[in-house]
Design a protein around this ligand. Structure first.
Ligand SMILES: NC(=O)C1=CN([C@@H]2O[C@H](COP(=O)(O)OP(=O)(O)OC[C@H]3O[C@@H](n4cnc5c(N)ncnc54)[C@H](O)[C@@H]3O)[C@@H](O)[C@H]2O)C=CC1
Ligand SMILES: O=C(O)C(=O)Cc1ccc(O)cc1
Length: 365
């Protein structure tokens, strides 16, 4: 059987999830590049890769596919290093960065010979980061954008598409600049808004802690993405700088309209704004994983002792229920022992509810 070597640079949330999709598939060997020595043991003990190495050359040598899964600000540096190494003829280099224009330009400028660069962006992820957050299910039913320049032969694109079938994502082809504009609006702008909103409330909380205690429910839902990795997002926003500045100007205009509506006590205009938003939002596609994916939460009363988090996680793990997050919630510190369990799939939440009920926990949604 022909063997396929896949090299993953940056085995974190996205690189680790891709590695899990490819690992143990017929004829595939997954090699993970670590940029810190302590990561080697971690990748191996977690079983995300077949081989882990600190050497870029060793990872890239003879690879059929190279996935660059590092922060956006590092992509050009990694591409340049690869362009100076002997690579297998026909090797496909792809990235997973959340912006596509600059990496496409950088790859084009390097003029790889007999090696093809195809930009990629799996449009699914989470606010978590690192290999511990990786999941084989991350991309299932999500869009996966590919951006190939006109010089890339169709057979190379088809070969990448075929490999990506293992992710169970749906491929879409988009021009890099258009990608950055649309993704800037539907993903990067919401991240800025979430962070600005959380920081606004955090400042109010300095003078009165009741802000944080009451900021549950909807506030938590719409600000989940404010917990995203600071370095990853610094790089994304700086890289998509021009687009973001334009979008923020439009955002300011939208907020000014709200200020005017409130100053003028214009109830009709406020109603119309909600009606317009309602109509557009109700038409959003359902049943497909979007970039900003919801979590499904369960709450349960738990006895107040230190081993409880491990105990619940083990009970659910033994039933193969995928838990995304587990936390004793601070905002209810006056009610001792309320635990929040978050799931990516509604089905997991429902199964957890049944299991925990059978174990005689008091569970509520
Ligand atoms: N977080 C998300 O939900 C999504 C992220 N992306 C993109 O995927 C890429 C990776 O993001 P995540 O997997 O979320 O991040 P992560 O922090 O989980 O993983 C980044 C990996 O890159 C490695 N790395 C290598 N060189 C590095 C350096 N010089 N500085 C810092 N880290 C270095 C880290 O060790 C780590 O393994 C980024 O380009 C991001 O824009 C794409 C889709 C979703
Ligand atoms: O956590 C979420 O829902 C996200 O928004 C994840 C995400 C982050 C970056 C991307 O480029 C794509 C998806």
């Amino acid at each position: 059987m022909n063997t396929t070597k896949i090299a993953i640079f940056g085995v974190g949330l996205i690189g680790g999830s891709l590695a899990l999709c490819f690992k143990n598939k017929p004829g595939i060997t997954v090699v993970g590049h670590a940029h810190r020595p302590e990561s080697i043991d971690k990748y191996m003990s977690k079983g995300v890769v077949d081989v882990a190495t600190l050497s870029m050359e060793e990872a890239a040598k003879d690879a059929d596919f190279i996935f660059l899964c590092v922060p956006v600000g590092k992509l050009e540096e990694y591409l340049t290093k690869l362009s100076e190494m002997p690579l297998k003829k026909g090797c496909i280099i792809t990235d997973v960065g959340s912006t596509k224009a600059s990496v496409s330009v950088a790859a084009e400028a390097l003029k790889f010979k007999d090696v093809f660069f195809i930009g990629g962006h799996p449009m699914a992820g989470s606010e978590r980061s690192g290999v511990d957050a990786a999941s084989v299910l991350l991309f299932e039913n999500a869009f996966y954008v590919l951006c190939a320049s006109a010089s890339i032969p169709e057979y190379a694109i088809e070969s990448l598409e075929k490999l990506l079938l293992y992710t169970r994502a749906q491929i879409v082809k988009v021009e890099p600049k258009l990608h950055d504009e649309i993704v800037g609006a539907v993903s990067h702008l919401p991240h800025i808004i979430a962070v600005a909103l959380v920081n606004q409330i955090s400042d109010y909380n300095e003078s009165n802690m009741l802000y944080r205690r009451l900021a549950a429910g909807g506030f938590r839902d719409i600000t989940r993405i404010a917990s995203s990795d600071p370095v990853i997002w610094r790089d994304i926003l700086l890289n998509n700088n021009e687009v973001m500045l334009r979008l923020l100007e439009d955002w300011n205009k939208g907020i000014s309209i709200f200020i005017d509506m409130l100053k003028g006590s214009n109830g009709q205009a406020i109603e119309e704004a909600f009606q317009k938003a309602n109509a557009f939002r109700n038409e959003l596609p359902e049943g497909r994983k979007g970039m900003i994916t919801p979590l499904f939460d369960l709450y349960l009363n738990v006895p107040d002792h230190p081993g409880i988090i491990g105990k619940i996680a083990t009970e659910l793990g033994s039933e193969q229920i995928n838990l995304s997050n587990i936390q004793i919630i601070e905002s209810r510190e006056d009610v001792p022992g309320v635990m929040r369990l978050s799931f990516r799939q509604e089905e997991d939440m429902e199964r957890a509810r049944i299991v925990l009920h059978e174990l005689e926990y008091t569970v509520f949604v």
